[in-house]
Design a protein around this ligand. Structure first.
Ligand code: ZN
Length: 129
């Protein structure tokens, strides 16, 4: 795998809390070129289609497993092909309670997005600066 097809950057973000309060933080943004997008899309689709194929040998359940994972493979294929960049992690301070926290393993996500503070349980809006 060519590791140079993914570009990883840290960019500043704003956390908006309750009312007009906000604080700053950082987000780890990964950008993909065309080759990386195709490779990711095919990899995810093949995983889902392998599950569909394996499910074909399970009696009765194959009526559900095969079509669901078969269609999901195509949906993920085309969605991942369109994904130019994704947010892998967000770090910052809650503007409402002051708790410093890190949100890892966000999957494929974008900014703006909402996250929940582990300290005060309020919903925070993460936006680009
Ligand atoms: Zn908080």
């Amino acid at each position: 795998m060519n590791k140079f097809s993914e570009d990883r950057q840290v960019q500043p973000v704003k956390f908006h809390g309750y009312g007009d309060s906000f604080s700053t933080g950082t987000a780890v943004v990964v950008s993909f070129d065309k080759n990386a997008r195709v490779r990711r899309a095919v990899r995810y689709a093949l995983i889902l289609w392998a599950i569909a194929l394996g499910g074909a040998f399970i009696p009765v359940a194959h009526f559900l497993i095969v079509p669901v994972f078969g269609i999901a493979g195509f949906v993920i294929l085309f969605r991942t092909l369109k994904t130019n960049r994704t947010i892998k992690a967000i770090r910052g301070t809650c503007p409402d309670c002051g708790k410093v926290q890190a949100f890892e393993h966000l999957g494929d996500s974008e900014i703006p997005r909402e996250i929940s503070c582990a300290g005060c349980m309020r919903t925070l809006s993460v936006r680009e600066m």
